[in-house]
Design a protein around this ligand. Sequence first.
Ligand SMILES: [Zn+2]
Length: 459
Amino acid sequence: MTEALRIPTAAVSVWEQAGIGIPTKYWAYEPYTPNDTEVWASSGCCNGECTCLGEYDGVDSTDNCSVALYRGNSNWTQNPRTVDGYDYQAVLSHEFGHCLGLDHEDDVDALMNSGYDGHPDGIDNRFLRKDDMLGVRSVQGHASWSLYWRNPGDSSWNSSFNGSSLWASGSPGVAYGGGFNGWNLIGFQSSSGLDWVTTIGKAGPTPSSWTNVCGIWHDNTWQTSRDGVAVGRDVGGTNYMAVAYLYKTNGYIRAVRNLYPVAGGCGSFALMNQLTDTDFITRRRPALTYNANNSRLTMAWIDYHTGLIKISTNSSTNNSTWVSGGGQYYNTSEYTDAPVGIVCGYWSPTASTKCFIAFPRLEGDHYLRLCRLTPYSNGGFSKDWCSNSSYAISNVPPSIRIANDNTVEIMVPYFSTGSSAPIRKYTYTESGGWSQYSSYGSTKVGMAIGGGVEIKVGN
Ligand SMILES: [Zn+2]
């Protein structure tokens, strides 16, 4: 995929966060085909008005959607953090909203506002807001993807758990809980009529023995983001798990600790403090991991209007408070427009515990970026280095784990033709740098890798 196609691909795929399935005819292909979305650039101005950035040209006889960007007197950029620039991707996401059937909304904050919300919050133009999610769901309906599983190393996916197919949306989560005799805890958001449920289940030692532990938090249609669920081991040891997800479409993170499977339920789970402070509002699914070295649950998320990646841990003495060193969170000084993946574990090249975050760069190349961080016993962090891979990815959190104490494994779907998304596996070692494995499998939404099972939501 050329860089020119990565931008519109990322721009349209952000709408999947609302839980819709984007019809194939709205994807852009290369080369263009008669029945897809066509994006073209014009040197003039639209309708004689040179403040106009882009225009949706509707459905004509040859293309299912046609979008124009006007180069007239605008300062276009591929980096939404550029001061005084107009972001290609954000404007395209807005125009694709028209393709998907949405009109302008100027009464509330929305991607579908008719005006471009300038800097310093320019990156916010790439994220859906509550009104955008509700609108596109009402027009397009919701998608129900199959939930698949496989054992690590397998090349093919199994489409049913315990003989029954499960339907889901967003990026699933999985974590290995050794205390469950080799079982894994998985989380996903599923459809039940108009309601959406964050479902927690256990799967394993072979996932064919899937057990539904609990369907928690029936949220009204407007409340739950369909961006998926993060799952991690918890502070209490191998018996306990934690989950986090976007609780409401206005960006609050809900995190739940002390989950453990018992007959007919999730045990006496505990809510983390509701993260209503603006520092903890996000636009995309958060990520969870467990640092066994300092016994802390660790969460990464994207700041809701700057794209800044933040990290925090729960206090080992206060089960419901997010802390990091001397403050509430650690500022990574890294930016992204898509969900981040995180893992902490023993790293033999430094003979110490390290944390890794992986995420797509927000610039037009959308390279996969990996950063190594040092976690401290007080919950704080420092950043050691970051490294970019050479390949484009988009829209869902990379699944990341440490293998053999010295290799970071990252698996991500990537969009190669505009609509299909094979899964790529990347590895990183301190001595050898990046390697890329052959792609295999396919997904439209996301995947997660745990210690004993890999799961994906998609097709
Ligand atoms: Zn518009």
